[in-house]
Ligand binder design. Structure first.
Ligand SMILES: *Cc1c(COP(=O)(O)O)cnc(C)c1O
Length: 423
């Protein structure tokens, strides 16, 4: 490949060659002074697919036309709505169809899965997680430990970066797993850390956890729709993710869950509800719970059709784009962003430190930038000029060009604005 160039013509030439460029027109972009913003916050809330409104309206129309009969007569019958999402979801995360289900929301799914997969037993009671996981994950893990009568101070163990480093080394995670050995019940880590943007080696972590007799689960909030995942082949025990970040399915939309096939139909303890009951007999309304033989056993409630309608549109875009093509573009786009930030820092004599790993295998599309001494001010200056990025305490600016709708020109323009803001 030719070396990158920090010029508009170069960026536009990259866009002209991008096989996914047409997807940009399928999204609504917020406007700044009459022009689309530079939207680098798909890691927080993905943009709205233009097809979302019609999909929602279809459900409203079917509700008005059919009332309760919409459960079976709607264009997309509500009774089995979640089943229409299964194929795309399995492709998205590298799973078999029976291993995935779309339900609830992310932290709820984490709790429901922990009920089955965190079962402290004697001295095997610890959970290993990464330092500074997303706060909701810490709350969920600590409360599960307390729920089982354990002490989160001792039993929730965090792996930290080495002194002077920002991200974790796989060898250190694995060393910690081995050190905890028979005390370790569960490794529960984000697929991609929300703060640093570091992608973890899920296959290696899973293998190490299994080698000491522990379970491996992942929160894929920042990984689903961002990385190419192979949950089945990696032998991951369970995983969950939200759909409003990289998956563009709208604020608070329905979430996803994965349970590896080897755990299906094994009578694992779970918190049951009627939608997890064998669907052929669900409406017999019998007293005894008979779980579905698939990940659907973990469903408790009937499908939230309005958020699933948007998610269906978004998943259909992922099917058309293909995670392999998205990932190929993403590696280029993020490398171009790293190059641009470096070029601007040099030109303006500024200290901008990207703490996200430079190895493409260890990151998704997000870069986390430390602007020593001027973080918040710089962030505000970018915002005033039409960049939608994200500020995270204590001092990081997160920028995430997503391959589905961002362009190389977006990256170039971001660089121009960054330069102005620094001057
Ligand atoms: C975004 C995010 C959440 C948010 O949880 P919700 O239940 O969807 O509100 C949780 N964990 C991680 C790692 C996240 O990135």
């Amino acid at each position: 490949m030719k070396p990158f160039e920090n010029s508009l013509s170069y960026a536009q030439a990259c866009d002209a060659k991008d096989p996914l460029r047409a997807f940009r027109d399928e999204f609504h972009f917020p406007q700044h002074e009459g022009k689309p913003v530079i939207y680098f916050t798909g890691n927080s809330l993905g943009l709205q697919p233009k097809g979302a409104a019609a999909a929602l309206k279809q459900e409203l129309d079917d509700w008005s036309a059919f009332g309760v009969e919409g459960h079976f007569k709607a264009t997309h019958p509500w009774y089995s709505y979640h089943e229409e999402l299964t194929g795309s979801t399995a492709r998205l995360v590298g799973a078999k169809e029976e291993e995935v289900v779309v339900m609830n929301q992310l932290t709820s799914n984490l709790h429901f899965l922990l009920v089955s997969f965190f079962r402290p037993n004697g001295t095997r009671k610890k959970i290993l997680t990464e330092q500074r996981p997303f706060p909701s994950d810490t709350y969920a893990l600590a409360s599960q430990i307390a729920f089982h009568g354990g002490d989160p101070e001792n039993d929730l163990v965090e792996v930290a970066p080495r002194a002077g480093e920002y991200t974790l080394r796989t060898e250190d995670i694995i060393a910690r797993i081995n050190e905890l050995g028979e005390e370790l019940a569960l490794v529960c880590i984000g697929g991609v850390n929300f703060y640093t943007g570091q992608a973890f080696d899920m296959a290696a972590i899973t293998q190490a956890a299994h080698a000491v007799g522990a379970i491996a689960g992942f929160d894929l909030a920042h990984a689903a729709g961002n990385l190419q995942l192979k949950l089945h082949d990696w032998n991951v025990d369970f995983a969950c993710w939200c759909t409003y970040k990289y998956l563009n399915s709208g604020p608070g939309s329905v979430a996803g869950a994965f349970v590896h096939e080897r755990h299906l139909g094994k009578g694992l303890p779970l918190f049951a509800g009627w939608w997890g009951h064998d669907k052929k007999e669900r409406f017999k309304m019998e007293r005894t719970f008979k779980p579905m033989p698939t990940a659907e056993a973990w469903q408790v409630s009937n499908a939230p059709v309005f958020s699933m309608a948007v998610h269906r549109v978004a998943l259909e875009q992922f099917d058309r784009a293909g995670m392999d093509r998205l990932r190929a573009k993403s590696e280029q786009l993020t490398a171009y962003l790293a190059f641009t930030i470096g070029a601007v820092a040099k030109e303006t004599g500024s200290k901008l430190e990207v703490i996200t790993p430079s190895d493409p295998a260890q990151r998704g599309c997000q870069l986390s930038v430390l602007a020593h001494g001027k973080g918040r001010g710089l962030f505000d200056a970018l915002t005033e000029r039409g960049v939608v990025a994200d500020w995270r305490e204590p001092n990081v600016i997160r920028v995430a060009p997503v391959p589905m709708y961002n362009s190389f020109e977006d990256v170039f323009r971001f660089g121009m604005i960054l330069k102005q803001a620094l001057q």
